[in-house]
Design a protein around this ligand. Sequence first.
Ligand SMILES: Nc1ncnc2c1ncn2[C@@H]1O[C@H](COP(=O)(O)OP(=O)(O)O)[C@@H](O)[C@H]1O
Ligand SMILES: [Mg+2]
Length: 336
Amino acid sequence: MSEAKVSCRNVWKLFGSDPEKFLAAHGGVPDTEAITAAGYIPAVRDATVDVQEGEILVLMGLSGSGKSTLVRCMSRLIEATAGEIDFDGQDLRAASERELVEIRRHKMGMVFQHFALFPHRTVLENVAFPLEVQGVDLADRNARALEIIDLVGLHGRGDYYPRELSGGQQQRVGIGRSLAVEPDVWFLDEPFSALDALIRREMQDEFLRLQSTLQKTIVFITHDFDEAIRLADRIAIMRDGVIDQLGTAEELITNPGSDYVAAFTKNVSRAKLLRVHTLMAPPSADAEGEVDGKVFVASVARKILSSPGTLRVVEDGEVVGSITAEQVTEALFEAE
Ligand SMILES: Nc1ncnc2c1ncn2[C@@H]1O[C@H](COP(=O)(O)OP(=O)(O)O)[C@@H](O)[C@H]1O
Ligand SMILES: [Mg+2]
């Protein structure tokens, strides 16, 4: 297991008049009734989650479920009401103002759905801005910014102004600007939600391509389960401020812990997400033919469905189970 880069323990964020006092009066764990009766808004409730180094953790949930608030607590853009937040081994809530500035300047990158580019600065100047703040000299920061502009697919557009770019291109500038300081941890709050479907898919592909070379630790917010599936190593589903379930897409689909989670996963293509070994039965003596256990069912569905009998499931040269056409059809159409 790799190291946790960001670690949240029992984090609460209540909006209202005196949330610290209110939490203390309820032993730190008020129930919903008490919270509502006292007029507090429970944006985040008792959230515990580790973001592992190099992983993409996606936060999902309906609008108002607390995703942005949790990420703002993780980056201390807002102060949590209670709980522990470790950032890169450091107690973030105890960090001084000066330490926080340092952490933000060097270790955190942030992208929001509607973040402001500087309209009177060129693409190059926008991307180079965080380096300017760091005090990097002009030649060095421009050289770095040019590299980033290439990296985010805007080669040759350094001298453009934001108004001369499409929405998707502007978002690329924002992404580039957030990468300029080479952050360890990258927070992205619905960065593609305002883009239309086609551009959005393209941006997701680009994002994955970037991540395959950059290997950042990422917290990515979306309300779209398809986007979550494409990008996430793990998905945390939030509901009314609570992390309802945390797991891989496959785990959430095969084993939803609540109707709320099941509702999100209902319309996804199970064949593309479930692997053969998730559906298989124990090895069977009369199996003929074989399939790889690690591949997605979709890639071998034709073979399995056209086999009259049982197939061996093999991983790394060893028989690990068996599978039949019936098991596949059942699993794939279970959701209906
Ligand atoms: N500054 C604030 N003051 C009061 N309530 C807030 C504030 N920010 C967020 N909230 C409330 O907290 C809840 C969670 O909001 P948010 O984290 O923005 O959800 P999401 O990002 O999942 O849409 C919502 O009920 C929202 O209205
Ligand atoms: Mg939000």
